[in-house]
Design a protein around this ligand. Structure first.
Ligand SMILES: [Zn+2]
Ligand SMILES: [Zn+2]
Length: 146
């Protein structure tokens, strides 16, 4: 675990009125170090710290942290849900169609909803969550040149 960050994570939990527990701290640390990982990866990262933590405990922690707004859940179409600790800045994601790699893309205009709907249909639009799809640099460099 990142020793210097541990007190930050404790403060985040307290700020969200969540009890400070070792699994919650371990999940926050894992996601801080490895953004955009799926549940299975979170479980194996947390088990490096806490070998006996159960799948269910990690699922419960992810749900509690997501509901509290400390963790953001993203769900690219056709891929398992991924989690990250970068929340509240309306950033978007670019996803590789070949290998599923995900990277952050800053909000295009700096504030939500980022994109103005061509027709909002009378809805009060608060947020636009954009997924850019393409090929990551690794996959592009492995692609045979025609
Ligand atoms: Zn790729
Ligand atoms: Zn992100």
């Amino acid at each position: 675990m990142l020793v210097g960050m541990a007190s930050d994570f404790e403060a985040q939990l307290r700020g969200a009125s969540l009890r400070v527990t070792r699994p919650r701290l371990a999940v926050l640390a894992a996601l801080h170090e490895h953004p955009h990982v799926d549940t299975d990866t979170v479980i194996s990262l947390v088990r490096a710290d806490l070998p006996r933590v159960s799948h269910q405990a990690v699922y419960d922690v992810l749900r509690a942290l997501t509901n509290a707004g400390l963790v953001r859940r993203i769900e690219p179409a056709g891929a398992p849900a991924r989690y990250e600790t970068r929340v509240g800045d309306n950033h978007h994601h670019v996803v590789c169609r070949s290998c599923g790699a995900i990277a952050d893309v800053d909000c295009a205009v700096g504030h939500a909803p980022c994109l103005t709907a061509s027709d909002d249909q009378g809805f009060l639009v608060e947020e636009a969550e954009v997924t850019y799809w393409g090929t990551c640099p690794d996959c592009a460099s492995r692609r045979p040149t025609p």
